[in-house]
Design a binder for this molecule. Structure first.
Ligand code: AOF
Ligand code: ZN
Length: 334
């Protein structure tokens, strides 16, 4: 019997709620009797029942549960949060076997779910490959295990390695990547909770930081203030009110007052603003300082076919070469 097949179905189910479960993980569960799926469920959003509950409730003939196997993409929880513990429901229903994609490293679960199941005589197996299950909830695991938001960096560079030409303030930024890359980059924006740029980039580029080329929610702008203060007219262009970071006591609005250069000190505080995943968009120095601090979890790079001969150098980033194309650009990610 193939555990992999049913665990893959759990991943598929979990993904139905992509982008809607934060701060909770995406989780899918299936119940199998005699090699056939008799129940399925997934966690729809924080506060709603967990995947295991949805799967158990979907079974038409509950008398089969005592002879079934429950597959779930994440270790069943063991704590009373917004909902009661799934591991307790599993033992109450006398389900004899559970197959798990990966452990839940939430401090209140972290092996306690498995312990409860095993101490009640449930046979517990783990997937031989936890990676796809860890990857599914990489933001959640980063938040729980590193106590900070997951960090993605993204930039477009010319063929000869520049992210911008040399320009005067109020001259429009050069469009380096192709229109398809613009759609892709707004999709990337739609998957994060916050976009971080420096006040200098804000003043120069006057971005809206919206997802207008893609159907998605606009993330919260995060403005890193070091020497330059943000212009109020540039702030007016933003589609959502920002959070300021730095020595910013005089600025109105949400703010984290700190030394902006010690990223690891203020980054965790973004979690208090519901920012679990942050996209660092620029400028180049800000991206580089995240790279240098070892705080990059994921990256996207668009490389154009055009050279611009001089300009602002792209972040130096040691990434393996892959060759994907998007429109006329090379698109690499990792
Ligand atoms: C599961 N199955 O489908 C999910 C789990 O506040 P609560 O009660 O919703 O608990 C949230 C925590 O439960 C979350 O941080 C994570 O550790 C776990 N999520 N567990 O057994 C699920 N979504
Ligand atoms: Zn649960």
């Amino acid at each position: 019997m193939s555990h992999a097949k049913f665990l893959t179905r759990c991943l598929q189910l979990a993904n139905y709620a992509k982008g809607r479960t934060s701060p909770n993980p995406m989780v899918g569960a299936v119940i199998v009797y005699n090699g056939k799926i008799i129940g399925e469920g997934y966690h729809h959003k924080a506060g709603d029942p967990h995947a295991e509950v949805m799967a158990i409730e979907s079974v038409k003939d509950p008398s089969l549960l005592v002879s079934s196997t429950l597959y779930c993409s994440l270790e069943p929880c063991a704590h009373y949060g917004k909902t009661p513990p799934c591991s307790l429901l599993i033992t109450d229903k006398q389900i004899p076997k559970v197959v798990i994609g990966c452990s839940d490293t939430h401090e209140l679960v972290n092996g306690q779910g498995v312990k409860h199941l095993q101490s009640h005589g449930v046979e517990v197996l783990f997937s031989s490959d936890p990676i796809p299950f860890r990857k599914l909830n990489q933001v959640f695991f980063c938040n729980k295990e590193r106590n900070r938001p997951f960090v993605t960096i993204k930039w477009a560079q010319s063929f000869d390695g520049y992210i911008d030409r040399i320009r005067k303030i109020n001259e429009n930024a050069s469009l380096i990547s192709s229109p398809l890359a613009a759609i892709k980059s707004h999709q990337i924006r739609s998957e994060v909770d916050g976009i971080l740029i420096s006040a200098k980039t804000l003043n120069w580029d006057r971005p809206s930081l919206s997802t207008r080329n893609y159907n998605g929610t606009n993330p919260r702008p995060i403005i890193l203030v070091n020497n330059t203060l943000p212009d109020s007219s540039a702030l007016d262009h933003l589609s959502v009110p920002p959070v300021f970071i730095g020595n910013v006591s005089e600025l109105e609005g949400d703010k984290i007052i700190c030394d902006p250069y010690t990223i690891e000190k203020w980054l965790p505080e973004l979690l208090n603003y519901g920012i679990h995943h942050v996209l660092v968009e620029g400028g180049g120095q800000v991206i580089q300082s995240f790279v240098d601090s070892g705080l990059v979890d994921q990256w996207h790079r668009f490389t154009s076919i055009n050279s611009i001969n001089e300009g602002v150098t792209a972040p130096k980033f040691d990434a393996p070469l892959t060759m994907n194309t998007l429109g006329t650009d090379r698109y690499e990610r990792g």
